[in-house]
Design a protein around this ligand. Sequence first.
Ligand SMILES: [Zn+2]
Length: 159
Amino acid sequence: MRCPNCGNSDDKVIESRTLAAGDAIRRRRECVGCGNRFTSYERIEDKHFMVIKQSGRREPFEREKIERGVRRALEKRPVSQRSIENLINEIEDEAAMLGKDDNEISAGVIGDLVLEKIGSLDKVAYIRFASVYRQFKNLEEFVREINKMEEHSIKNQNK
Ligand SMILES: [Zn+2]
């Protein structure tokens, strides 16, 4: 969401709350560029889009499904509830953005999105999620995945 102060489109969701009527979400956001905090309102109807499963079947996007997977991967990890909540919000937001034009998004794109986000938060959770999501066929694949993650984190450190 574009920062009203500096125009940067990169922001963090600090807090999100469904309004009493249940038809909108209010989010406090912080601009990564200048630190400015602002509020956004999103109509929940706007988030209705379909997920194309690997089988080709379509089903409505459900935040709860992502939430379940993310929470399972992060079980007993030293990550705060707020960080988890933010992570899920970010995934939902980005999936909604990606799915907006066609009103649908492939399950693979969502899975990759979750992997990327979890990887930046917790390595163990990343492996857990990846092992379920990708269903490693053998040790080699598993090792490849770990190497990919290492490369990714080195890249991020150099940013
Ligand atoms: Zn800004």
